[in-house]
Design a protein around this ligand. Structure first.
Ligand code: NAD
Length: 374
């Protein structure tokens, strides 16, 4: 599907979390706001290229409140570039003020920080660099699975403290072999996780997704689809969450569903924090209903200093594998999504069709089924 661009002369780009952007400008009136130090993350390596074409490119991390660069410049920006790691939240209200905005590019994967329904209504295209960091995330999922199952974090903390009580760690350390592992969402990341789990000789690999995998793909990883969510979680020793955040997945893992998990199950969530109910997770961990929770995504980012997920523990003082949102922004991933962002912008500037897999919202309609439009 072509994401066509109805636009006027020189476009502007706004990168909001590391900020870019620009409004329509002539070469003689370039305005560049860049509050972060130059790095592949902050400028995506496209600053010179954009400016050489006469576009104004503003890079900023100032995105909260009416006086922020984000809210100031969104009013006349034509292009908004954001990353999911430190997101600028583009609400319907802000979109209504963004009279020139034509295209939002997510430098990475996951565009839930943009009100997608509002983008449909306002005919604003939303594109991602699909696939750009899926291996990075799948590897982080594998690491998180192992660190929970093997009780790694308390073991390392013990070493830092200067202690050596092996039995204290071993009493909650297990092998991954022989466990039932399931992925909620079996798209690009979920499938790669299943592939990476294969050599661990798990008892069974399961998945829950409204879009069944092709039979050959299912067979190749030896995974079985479970159609009911409660049925799915009740069979898993470990659930890894790999679906987008949308109205059908917000708060999906809540107190009610947690009752259906196997007692002592582990959860790894690198998809989006708000798919899990913050307090229900902390309560389930403290009560022993789950034995561990790990991931890099939070319901609010950056997470407040007193966010319960920073310090929650199971009854043995472990079970917390939380880190800041970085699994999809390794240096390797940054290079891939920077290149992909540039290609999307080139297509837009030259009025060329976008690659179909990158289009979340096209001309006034969803082009992806991954955001609940099944
Ligand atoms: P994808 O579109 O390839 O796969 C998503 C899968 O989720 C699809 O198969 C879809 O059918 C399924 N799905 C959607 N709603 C569902 C529901 N209600 N129940 C079950 N399955 C459902 O996307 P992907 O590349 O695999 O990425 C998945 C998500 O991971 C992204 O949307 C993003 O939120 C997150 N992500 C996180 C990071 C990170 O750095 N932590 C990086 C990249 C992506």
């Amino acid at each position: 599907m072509k994401a066509s661009a109805s636009r006027t002369s020189t476009p502007a780009a706004l990168v909001a979390d590391f900020g870019v952007v620009t409004s329509r400008s002539s070469l003689s009136s370039i305005k560049v706001v860049k509050l972060l130090p130059a790095s592949p993350v902050s400028s995506l390596g496209i600053q010179q290229w954009l400016e050489s074409q006469g576009h104004e490119f503003i890079v900023s991390s100032s995105k909260e409140g009416p006086d922020s660069d984000f809210q100031k410049h969104i009013v006349d920006a034509e292009v908004l570039i954001t990353t999911p790691f430190h997101p600028g939240y583009l609400t319907r209200e802000l979109m209504e003020k963004a009279k020139n905005l034509k295209i939002c590019v997510t430098a990475g994967v996951g565009s839930d920080h943009i009100d997608l329904d509002a983008a449909v209504d306002h005919n604003i295209q939303v594109l991602e660099v699909s696939g750009s960091n899926v291996v990075s995330v799948a590897e982080h999922v594998m690491m998180s699975i192992l660190l929970l199952v093997r009780n790694f974090v308390p073991a390392h903390e013990m070493i830092e403290r200067g202690d050596w009580q092996v039995s204290e760690i071993a009493r909650n350390a297990f092998d991954l072999e022989g466990k039932v592992v399931g992925t909620l969402g079996a798209g690009r990341i979920g499938y790669r996780v299943l592939q990476r789990l294969q050599p661990f000789n798990c008892k069974e690999l399961l998945y829950y997704d409204y879009a069944p995998l092709p039979a050959a793909a299912e067979e190749s990883v030896g995974a079985r689809r479970v159609e009911g969510l409660k049925d799915f979680v009740s069979q898993c020793d470990l659930v890894t969450i790999n679906c987008p955040l949308h109205e059908g997945t917000r708060g999906l893992i809540n107190a009610d569903l947690l009752k259906h998990f196997k007692k002592g199950a582990w959860i790894v969530n690198t998809a989006r924090g708000a798919i899990c109910d913050k307090d229900a997770i902390a309560t389930a961990l403290a009560s022993g209903q789950i034995n561990g929770y790990a991931g890099d995504v939070w319901n609010v980012q950056p997470a407040p200093r007193d966010h319960v997920w920073r310090t929650m523990k199971n009854h043995l003082g472990g079970g917390n594998g939380m880190v800041p949102h970085y699994s999809g922004t390794t240096l390797d991933a940054q290079a891939r999504y920077a290149n992909g962002t540039k290609t999307i912008l080139e297509n837009y500037f030259q009025n060329r069709p976008q690659e179909p897999q990158n289009i979340i919202v096209g001309d006034g309609r969803y082009e992806s089924k991954a955001y609940g439009q099944c």
